[in-house]
Design a protein around this ligand. Sequence first.
Ligand code: SAM
Length: 273
Amino acid sequence: MIGSKSKTINVLNKYDYRAKKKFGQNFLVEPTIIKKIVEEITEGSIIIEIGAGLGAITQALAQKAKEVIAYEIDSDLVEILNENLKNYGNIKIINEDFLKVDLESLLNFYNQKVTIVSNLPYYITTEILTKVLQSSDKINKIIAMMQKEVADRFTKNKKGKDYSVLQIMAQYYCDVKSLTKVSKNNFIPTPKVDSEILIFEIKEDYKKIEDEKLLFDIVKASFSQRRKMILSNLNNSGFIINPQQLLDIGVNPTSRVEQLELEDYIKIYEVIV
Ligand code: SAM
């Protein structure tokens, strides 16, 4: 199997390949972690993997899934992947920037819900999760590894300076739980920080809202100037709402984003819609 330390070092040496920082390349080299990821997928599932790297997770997924569509931006890695995974008829490697993929069309192609798996490239964690969550109706689960500090924002609902629209989106669409923490020593090259794998289970009944785009436009507007009051942020973004209307739904008009929960945004939406 590809995902052991010795095998990874062999592959890197064989192809004289050096991990590229600009693509956030840290290769997972701990088989027990890969096993835990595979245990989370169901037999016969369709998997989209984002950032296949050297194929450590890809190969293990293919032994259980019906099909693995693996995206990798780095064409040098794609050559290695094609060679090392050539015996797997159910792996499709695509050399493309996942952020440019027409995900809706891809998901529409399958007549079952798809599972997303990624040891996320850290520099685009937010963009990828946002993109994937916007297609929640065609997805059943996201298994995503990210920096521990970023994972904390989802599991502990932290509202510090990095509090984001994505946290609200995740609360709306998913039940989030931690699968396991992953020490930085389980990667080649060793990153500066530890990681954690989270499971974003898409809620069956998340569709509480008719116009989700409007809901998240309201959330985005509220976050537009984080230190300003929600009320002025909403008004400045063209949403017509007055202090009394906020008071009527139990929201203090002088609140800042840190003081509001998903339920508050849903109430504001109901006033505006
Ligand atoms: N899955 C492998 C593993 O666990 O060992 C590699 C994980 S590494 C943290 C992230 C991978 O994502 C790298 O291989 C990198 O080249 C790839 N990547 C970075 N940006 C990408 C993008 N926009 N689209 C697709 N792949 C990307």
